[in-house]
Ligand binder design. Structure first.
Ligand SMILES: [Zn+2]
Length: 342
């Protein structure tokens, strides 16, 4: 497949942002393929950014595998860890100073407060705790941070700090560095955050109801996904973010962060999520649907991209009935159907 030629005249800048915590699967392939197509159709640039902030779970073997799998699919990029470029470095683990600058700016704007709640505290405070989605007290960045089912923070520490002025010099906090504390962004309760998704249409979330005060800096010394994402997208001049629909609510949070930081919002294009036959999102447990495994079974990139797989909330048969154009896509290989059904 042809690569996209860099076109310095176009202002479109898209990005691919794999996390090297496992092998890419069919769902990633579809989203990244869409990102590549949109950049190509716009005559723009595509930037590859390795989202490797989770030091414990990120492995260089997965990072190498992601680049290899993307190339196998036929996806090409103009800037990235393997190519360099004007916005280097392209690995989040090497961009700490930029995140610290963003944290400092939010602090100075009075948007943050320290949260000393432990995982246990949060569990106790929530009536319906989702254990897997609570901030991890033990040190690792919880993968649920980006799965976006984070329960609404009950506000324990916010109330403490609403009584204390948030200006430098008044709280005894060193504003030069985050120290070993979790920092949360105080969302404007009741504010409606709306945006037009270029794929899924109008979106609407209410701050404080659909999502609560979220963590932007972890006591382990790393920014959260939300903060790193907006800092990088702004620094790299990203004009359109193409990613999975599991991040729709994160987009609402990031719109608030962008406003607080004085960053322009990119356009948003969220892709429907591929699910397994039980309607569950694809995850690391779906080893059989990793690009690696599919390639080893002899499937081609076209097989992978064209395979008949259900999307979240959309029955497979319904999808085909509503969108007859799908029939023009080459039929998936029988082995693919077999794999996806099991
Ligand atoms: Zn707290």
């Amino acid at each position: 497949m042809a690569s996209i030629a860099p076109t310095p005249f176009s202002s479109y800048r898209g990005r691919l942002a794999p996390s090297p915590t496992g092998y890419l699967h069919v769902g990633h392939a579809r989203t990244f393929w869409t990102a590549w197509q949109r950049a190509r159709d716009a005559g723009g640039s595509l930037i590859l950014r390795m989202e490797d902030l989770d030091a414990e779970r990120s492995k260089s073997t997965f990072a190498d595998a992601a680049l290899e799998d993307l190339r196998w699919l036929g996806i090409r990029w103009h800037e990235g860890p393997d190519k360099g470029g004007p916005c280097a470095p392209y690995a989040q683990s090497r961009r700490q100073s930029s995140y610290l600058a963003a944290w400092r700016k939010l602090m100075q704007g009075g948007y943050l407060y320290p949260c000393r709640c432990s995982r246990k505290d949060l569990q106790a405070a929530l009536s319906a705790p989702h254990e897997s989605s609570l901030p991890d007290d033990a040190g690792a960045i919880n993968s649920a941070d980006i799965l976006d089912d984070e329960p609404i923070y009950p506000g324990t520490c916010r109330q403490l700090h609403d009584l204390v002025p948030q200006l430098p010099g008044h709280t005894g906090v060193d504003f030069e560095k985050p120290d070993n504390i979790n920092w949360r962004f105080r969302v404007p309760d009741g504010e409606v955050v709306e945006f037009e998704d270029r794929n899924l249409g109008p979106q609407r979330f209410v701050a404080g109801r659909d999502f609560g005060d979220f963590v932007v800096w972890r006591k382990e010394g790393t920014p959260s996904y939300q903060l790193a994402c907006v800092a990088d997208d702004a620094a790299m001049g990203i004009t359109e973010v193409v990613r999975g629909a599991d991040l729709l609510k994160s987009t609402a949070r990031q719109i608030l962060l962008n406003r607080a930081l004085g960053f322009a919002n990119p356009d948003w294009y969220h892709c429907r999520l591929v699910v397994d036959h039980n309607g569950r999102r694809l995850a690391k447990r779906h080893d059989a649907l990793s690009l690696r495994a599919l390639r080893q079974r002899g499937l081609t990139p076209m097989n992978v991209l064209a395979a008949s797989l259900p999307f979240e909330g959309v029955e497979e048969t319904l999808l085909f009935r509503r969108r007859p154009v799908q029939r023009e896509i080459p039929r998936p290989a029988p082995s693919m159907r077999l794999i996806c059904a099991g």
